[in-house]
Design a protein around this ligand. Structure first.
Ligand SMILES: Nc1ncnc2c1ncn2[C@@H]1O[C@H](COP(=O)(O)OP(=O)(O)OP(=O)(O)O)[C@@H](O)[C@H]1O
Length: 250
């Protein structure tokens, strides 16, 4: 059992407080949702947890030990992987090569990286895309490749930044099933940033809601669904009774 913790993380950009003393915890096999309106600080927190953004204050702890100042590739080697908004694949390379170079970057031999890349594409359900040029894929397939690439080396944690953006209901449902398998079958701890509130409420064991850089609510999906504070943050008024729920599947 492994645990990734954000401990009172603050980030300031030239006077703008992007995050203020944010706490968050993800354990092995758990799916934690990170919600909040645009500009709430979600990506900044993922950047801090993955070494792309140094915190102004606070610490990231992996199994109780602080990870102060390491570079993203070193955190990746320690088992903290992520995807990005927009995929960020090596667009001129084949899909299989995108995964292979990641394996090699993690210290695998070429043959081990190729073998894991093939097995991973199969596990994610996109073996048929192995020999496509990554830059020619439709958006939704690109997302799956990005997730497969992030799973190379079997990370302990995967942080997914808006993986369902632009997906149809059925595509989001398929993605949801994949994320559940990542947690249940791989035992990976998942942190999910997603604007599709329906997907987050359906999938997550625990949810943290940010607004203007601060945690305004944490709890299980039923608690978050009923929260006036969350409704208020999303809709701008407590009088509104509907959160912007996009239904998953069916
Ligand atoms: N590198 C940066 N320099 C200056 N300001 C930044 C930087 N990165 C983010 N910000 C600001 O910090 C705040 C939080 O941004 P962030 O991207 O983390 O929010 P978010 O919740 O991920 O938003 P979205 O849902 O739109 O992706 C915003 O006001 C944003 O403009």
């Amino acid at each position: 059992m492994s645990e990734l913790v954000a401990d009172r993380i603050s980030v300031a950009f030239a006077g703008l407080k992007a995050l203020s003393e944010v706490d968050l915890k993800v354990a092995s096999g758990q799916i934690v949702g990170l919600m909040g309106p645009n500009g709430a600080g979600k990506t900044t927190l993922v950047n801090v947890l993955t070494g792309f953004q140094p915190p102004t204050a606070g610490a990231v702890l992996l199994d109780g030990a602080p990870l102060s100042g390491p570079k993203p590739h070193l955190l990746r080697r320690r088992g903290i992987a992520r995807t990005f908004q927009g995929g960020r694949l090596f667009r001129d390379l084949l899909v299989i090569d995108n995964l292979e170079v990641t394996g090699i970057g993690l210290g695998q031999s070429r043959s081990a990286a190729i073998a894991e890349a093939r097995a991973m594409l199969d596990w994610v359900g996109i073996a048929h895309l192995a020999n496509r040029i990554a830059g020619t894929l439709p958006y939704t397939d690109e997302r799956r490749v990005a997730i497969g690439r992030a799973l190379m080396g079997r990370p302990a944690f995967i942080l997914l930044d808006e993986p369902a953006a632009g997906m149809s209901g059925q595509e989001a449902a398929d993605l949801s099933a994949l994320i559940r398998r990542i947690a249940r079958e791989m035992g990976c701890g998942v942190l999910l940033i997603e604007h599709n509130v329906g997907l987050v409420l359906d999938l997550c064991d625990h949810i943290v809601v940010l607004d203007s850089g601060a945690v305004i609510e944490t709890g299980d999906p039923a608690f978050i669904r009923a929260s006036e504070k969350v409704r208020h943050a999303y809709m701008g008024t407590a009088a509104d009774t509907h959160m912007p729920v996009l239904e998953v599947g069916q």
